[in-house]
Write a protein that binds this ligand. Structure first.
Ligand SMILES: Cc1ncc(COP(=O)(O)O)c(C=O)c1O
Length: 368
């Protein structure tokens, strides 16, 4: 039976799903993870006030959500000192990245990123037919000079920078990011992904300036606010750019429970501060554990620690596989040079206890 033809663009995309969740690994390997330390979620969970807000919103789920996300946008605007018309809310940064490509890069247009950087950006670039030009990391950091040179050379429509970065956990300070933004051509949009910004040292995130027309700041409730499963993130930028999201976004995409949860999360800044403190302590524990096992933790401004395993990619992969066999879910960078590392999310003490027991066992068995 003939099937409806895919569009040429869709037909050209890979058939394989690029995002393999820990649940898939559990199903395919027939294992159960005891320590979920791979997806950079916050295992400290959301604030109790958020859980109460979710429970209160649940009986109202028969209603469609507010398509304007009015209350949350008002609250985010107050929180960041911008106008409500300078904030758009979407289904996590992942969803917003798709809208950004669709809005600002036509099929065939060049966009710039780093080789091995957060892959969802590339996924949407391919999905909307834009062309990716990626530059290598330098010293395990995104290379601002190389990104800028690539933008100039290719006349790129968009440049993507995650600061702090995933998968390496490294970061640039606000002055460096501001200098980078100022040096860009006005016609190039900077997508500044600050998913991990709340964990970063003071002086990492530049002050928000919506007067800078070619910069969009992307933030999320998935990380420090502990709401990865609810899918809620937001973009801040100049009002005309933010208004453009209304042309393409899924207007009923941010569920009413997610809106209520995000509103309560934003209101509980004390809890956020406590998560940042607990995350820093967990990070330190992972760093100590790595050193005790002869591995080298990289500096991190995120909720994970990237660890140089001191050999090649296959060696790091063997560690990852063996940890999975002992019930520990972690991830690793995949491109050469970066792939010598594994990446471990800051988890609860109970999860890190499991890791602490498993790591020496795995290293004793993994051949270099
Ligand atoms: C750099 C970066 N951006 C965005 C995301 C995803 O954010 P969200 O859950 O808001 O889609 C992640 C998640 O790992 C990330 O590492």
């Amino acid at each position: 039976m003939p099937l409806p033809a895919l569009t040429p663009l869709a037909a050209s995309l890979p058939e394989t799903v690029p995002f393999i969740g820990p649940e898939t690994v559990e199903r395919t390997r027939g294992i159960r993870f005891r320590a979920r330390l791979g997806a950079n979620e916050s295992s400290f969970g959301p604030s109790p006030a958020v859980i109460a807000a979710i429970a209160a919103a649940a009986p109202e789920s028969w209603k469609y959500c507010d398509p304007e996300v009015f209350d949350l946008r008002q609250s985010l605007a107050r929180h960041h000192g911008v106008g409500p018309d300078e904030v758009s809310v979407g289904e996590g940064i992942d969803g917003l990245l798709g809208h950004c490509i669709r809005l600002f890069a036509a099929p065939g247009d060049v966009v710039v990123s780093s080789i091995g950087a957060y892959p969802t950006f590339n996924y949407h670039v391919a999905g909307f037919g834009a062309r990716l030009h990626a530059v290598p990391y330098h010293d395990d950091r995104e290379d601002l000079d190389a990104l800028l040179a690539a933008v100039r050379e290719t006349n790129a429509k968009i440049v993507y920078l995650a600061n702090p970065d995933n998968p390496m956990g490294t970061w640039w300070d606000a002055d460096a990011v501001t200098a980078f933004a100022n040096a860009l051509p006005e016609t190039t949009l900077l997508l500044l992904d600050e998913a991990y910004g709340e964990f970063a040292p003071p002086g990492t995130m530049p002050p928000i300036d919506t007067g800078q027309g070619n910069v969009l700041r992307l933030r999320t409730f998935s990380k420090a606010y502990g709401l990865a499963g609810l899918r809620c993130g937001y973009a801040i930028g100049a009002a005309p750019m933010i208004d453009a999201f209304n042309r393409v976004r899924n207007h009923f995409g941010v569920a009413s429970i997610a809106q209520a949860a995000a509103l309560a999360a934003l209101a509980d800044q004390d809890y956020l501060a406590s998560v940042v403190t607990m995350t820093a302590a967990a990070r330190e524990r992972i760093e100590t554990m790595a050193r005790a096992n002869g591995l080298i933790p990289l500096p991190s401004a995120t909720n994970f620690v990237t660890i140089d395993c001191g050999a090649d990619g296959p060696f790091a992969q063997r560690i990852l596989d063996a940890l999975a066999g002992l019930g520990v879910f972690i991830r690793k960078p995949m491109v050469p040079r970066l792939d010598r590392c594994i990446r471990i999310t800051a988890g609860t003490d109970a999860m890190l206890d499991v890791l602490e027991a498993a790591l020496p066992e795995v290293l004793a068995l993994a051949p270099r």
